[in-house]
Write a protein that binds this ligand. Structure first.
Ligand SMILES: Nc1ncnc2c1ncn2[C@@H]1O[C@H](COP(=O)(O)OP(=O)(O)OP(=O)(O)O)[C@@H](O)[C@H]1O
Length: 209
């Protein structure tokens, strides 16, 4: 595998964790999964966003930094690693959730911390429309997620899209509107084939039948 550090991203409910699990199994790689359920502020945030956004975002940043720092030691013989989040996710959510002054402070901390981390060799971005995300979110029945407004998902989506268009990472942009990696072998195979090809920095679009 030419890509040593593969990261999967996408909106809430896009299916990142499912794909990360399946790819890690197929490719026999190390797997780094986001530990969002450890964040004590998340249920509180969904009930009262303005009161809990700052501690929520700080907690996510600290935890993700700790997790990635531990597993991604620069090492020549490093094992291939798949993660279901990009560290920059912290900044993108913070941009949506924090008032401007707090966001500026958050960004200063983020920039200092980011310098200590390695960027992925390839980013797999799962893109799905808001109604598909809502139906995935309903299906998995996490209590605190059941009232997420469409406008929040749309805002997160726009922020992600803006980010991936601006940066120069090798990015596989997957139209995941009909994705079913769990049950459709062909969908998974399309991703595996794409990972076996060399791609130029920037966005490569991939659709699933
Ligand atoms: N920085 C953040 N700020 C606010 N909420 C966040 C942040 N990061 C994650 N969350 C929340 O944590 C929960 C898990 O989100 P995430 O998108 O990482 O995983 P997921 O929705 O389970 O992913 P998938 O379904 O694609 O596997 C969601 O409710 C999401 O809104």
């Amino acid at each position: 595998m030419q890509y040593k550090f593969i990261t999967i991203e996408g909106n809430i409910g896009a299916g990142k964790t499912t794909l990360a699990n399946l790819l890690a199994k197929k490719l026999n790689t190390r797997l780094v999964l986001e530990e969002f359920s450890d964040n004590p502020f998340l249920p509180k945030f969904y009930k009262n966003p303005s009161q809990y956004a700052f501690p929520l975002e700080l907690f996510f940043m600290a935890e993700r930094f700790k997790q990635l720092k531990d597993v991604l030691q620069p090492d020549l013989f490093q094992q291939t690693t798949i993660s279901d989040y990009l560290f920059t996710k912290c900044l993108l959510f913070a941009k949506v959730n924090l008032p401007e002054e707090e966001f500026k402070l958050y960004q200063r901390l983020f920039d200092i911390i980011l310098q200590q981390l390695i960027l992925p060799d390839i980013l797999i971005y799962l893109h799905a429309p808001v109604d598909k995300l809502q139906s995935n979110i309903q299906k998995r029945q996490r209590d605190y997620e059941q009232q997420i407004p469409d406008s929040y998902l749309q805002n997160i989506q726009d922020t992600y899209l803006n980010y991936i268009q601006q940066q120069n990472l090798i990015t596989l942009f997957i139209d995941a509107s009909n994705a079913d990696f769990l049950h459709d072998e062909m969908h998974l195979q399309i991703i595996l084939d794409a990972l076996n090809r060399k791609h130029l920095p920037g966005i490569t679009r991939i659709s699933l039948p």
